[in-house]
Design a protein around this ligand. Sequence first.
Ligand SMILES: [Fe+2]
Length: 450
Amino acid sequence: MPLIRFPLLKEASRHFRFFHDAVSDLDHLEQYQQRMHTYEKKEVEHLREKEDLSRQLEQQLDEVNKAHGVVSGLNADLEEKNRSLNDAINRLSALNQISRMLGLEHDRREIYRMLVALPRELMGAEIGHLLLYDSDKDNLVMEYSQGLRENSSSKRRVEVGNGMAGWVAKSRKPLLVKDFSAQDIFSTTSSIGYRRKTSISAPIMIKDDLIGVLTLINKDDGQPFVEEECTLLATMTSEAAMALHNVLLLEKVQKSYFSMVQSLITAVEAKDVYTRGHSERVTQYSLLIAEQMNFTLDQMEVIQQAGALHDIGKITVELAILNKPAGLTTDEYRKIQIHPDVGYRILQPIDFNETVKLAVLQHHERPDGKGYPNGYLSNQILMEARILAAADAFDAMTTKRPYRDPLSVEAAMEEMENCSGTQFDPEVVAVLRKIVDAMSSSGAMASMYA
Ligand SMILES: [Fe+2]
């Protein structure tokens, strides 16, 4: 019995092990499947995360690109703003400069020069010119120009209403012509022959009164003028208007004072038959000498004024002394000798060119130091005064005086040459000799004393 039971037990045991193993395998499979499921889930999540990250990166890249575009735009904008700011600073500085310099300057020609040169340099214009309004003739006259051929800068006149400057004078408004070839109102060729491509003009006004017109023509870089430059020119002319008005007013006062003094001299000379026309002839001789010595226009103007005024100090000297035939007392001689200083003091309060006053003061000084009132030596005496001294003495010698008859032109000239280097400047005497010879041979000398 037990022998029969044993195989059955063994078989049962084997089945049990098989079952047990199967169950165990099933557990393993289930665990495996769970692990696989977990792994797959993680893989999907990881993939999603990668996709999200990629999307985020793309978005960020996109944003970075956009930001780069914005920054580039800002940079260009900033550069443009910087350029505009620099331009504005330059223009403000030029305006400030023009106001300051014109405010300090009292010389008419220097004001004209600055008024044309500053905007011309600032805006790079080839040509600049200033026309002033002549209210008596109701037209404009060219006073100053830069960039034109030398022989073109003469004082030509422009009718109000004619051409660009005339248009500005009539309308009293700034004018911008960007491209002359694209319009048919103004000619591309100016009245003095240069070719116009682009231009800006502005009136110079004090309230409603026109003073002049400032114009810039053609740009150095070949570009057209723009509205902003036209506005700037108008601002500059408005800044300059008062300075220009003042200097013109001052000049009127000076002219009126000058003509008053001239009338006074004429009246004094008229009473004294011996010196009649003396100042006028001294001026003429002096101008001829100065011209031969290549004096500038400004220096010629000084000569003209100083020549007319050189003996103004004699108005304080009694006629009896001036006309005394001979034998002046020391006191009388001293009274005559102070006339250059008196003349200087008469002119001192007036805003004349200082050289005019100094030439009047020094017109009796001598190169050897024996002149008066200061006994200056040659190098201390202005050339204008040396010219006046020679012209003054030559005219005195060739006209009748209370104490002697007139010397002949040749005798007077020989006397001048004898005193060359001591009483008179040698260069001036040599120039006077050439003039006198030329005038004598042409017959012009006789007309000086007609
Ligand atoms: Fe004199």
